[in-house]
Write a new protein. Structure first.
Length: 251
């Protein structure tokens, strides 16, 4: 009886020693001393941090159609967000000696759109810039026009002329697009922009392009071909073949 009790006490002592080694008292006390943070508190803090971080300005745009015919309307539309959009969006369209800069309001959902009449414009590749003013609500780069088809690109903060679309020292087309990109990127402003092109083509070319993109005509269903011999001839051939086979087997 005493031996069994001694063995039981020894086993309990061994188990207690193992427990102390695996689970130190200091660790258990430290774990119990530090209260757990509710998941709801973490979520609220994360949301508050995200709300305090302003969204980065963004703008996108597209031309519809991409290859309009001369005289047809072309619409520039897109989405702007993360900025002070009270001033709207500034859209630049230029090709050769033609340049058009207009301000378009932004809707409550961030969308904007403007349709242009291409009547009388030359067939060419037209460059389009859609410019958003950024958090300060001011277009840092703009154009001072001296006529419908001319203008100087200026820094709105300093009044300095950056380049001109027409006249002495002017740049056009791809060179003008590169100069405008450089101006918006390097003039110390917070404006953001996106750029694209559309091709204004003669009406005949537009008709050909539309025909090329049309769905191909459905091919006609195959027609079953008939035997070139009438059924009577085919039947007689079978009878002759059978008789010949009988004669051969009799031999």
């Amino acid at each position: 009886m005493n031996t069994s009790r001694s063995r039981g006490l020894a086993a309990c002592a061994v188990l207690l020693l193992i427990a102390l080694i695996v689970f130190p008292v200091s660790g258990a006390v430290a774990a119990s001393a530090e209260p757990a943070v509710p998941a709801a508190t973490l979520t609220t803090a994360a949301l508050a941090s995200a709300a305090a971080t302003p969204a980065k300005p963004f703008i996108s745009a597209m031309a519809n159609p991409a290859n309009p015919a001369v005289g047809s309307p072309v619409t520039i539309s897109g989405v702007a967000s993360g900025a002070n959009l009270t001033a709207g969006v500034q859209i630049w369209i230029f090709a050769g000696n033609y340049v058009n800069v207009s301000t378009v309001p932004v809707n409550a959902d961030g969308t904007f759109s403007k349709t242009y009449d291409s009547t009388g414009l030359p067939a060419a590749t037209y460059y389009v810039f859609a410019q958003s003013p950024g958090p300060d609500g001011m277009f840092g780069i703009t154009m001072q026009s001296s006529g419908t088809y001319s203008g100087q690109v200026v820094n709105a903060r300093t009044g300095a002329t950056i380049f001109t679309f027409t006249g002495t020292g002017s740049v056009q087309d791809a060179a003008a697009a590169a100069a405008l990109s450089d101006a918006i990127n390097k003039q110390g402003g917070d404006d953001v922009y996106t750029k694209l092109t559309f091709n204004l083509v003669p009406p005949a070319v537009a008709t050909i392009k539309a025909a090329d993109t049309a769905a191909p005509a459905a091919s006609a269903a195959p027609v079953a071909t008939k035997s070139p011999l009438p059924p009577e001839v085919t039947g007689i051939s079978l009878v002759i073949g059978a008789l010949a086979a009988v004669l051969i087997t009799r031999k």
